[in-house]
Design a protein. Sequence first.
Length: 161
Amino acid sequence: MLFLQAIQWILDPGHWAEVNFQAGIAEELGDHLWLSFLAVLFTALVALPIGLYIGHTGRGRGFAIVVANVVRAVPTLGLLSVLLLVSLTIPPAVFVFVLLGVPPLLAGAYAGLEAVDRQTIDASRAMGMTEWQVLRRVELPLAAPLILGGSAARRCRSSRR
């Protein structure tokens, strides 16, 4: 019964508009989507370049794994509570979500590049490609399913063999 009441409340058109100077569902939904977009954008701006560098060069892999595991151990609710007390220029929720989103995206980026067949990379270098061209034209297209899909893409790719 409570579930049906919740659905009825959500479907009520009066709750979608601003009521008594309080934001309605539509405005709150827009705010949520904006904060989610910012968190994903900042996470990608931080994690992808680092992950691509680690995956392409192989340098710093151990350090990245240690830092990612330490960050995963941070209690989310506690960090969010502390950040709500401190004045920041970005919303605390975005900061926390970026902090939590970097480790899996970083791991996916370097794991995706490491999964690319070394013979393919050697062949591209033998053709005269620079390191930037190898990364952009060979490694990224081949690693994209794993970077974007994470472990699910790896399982799908290995099950096709």
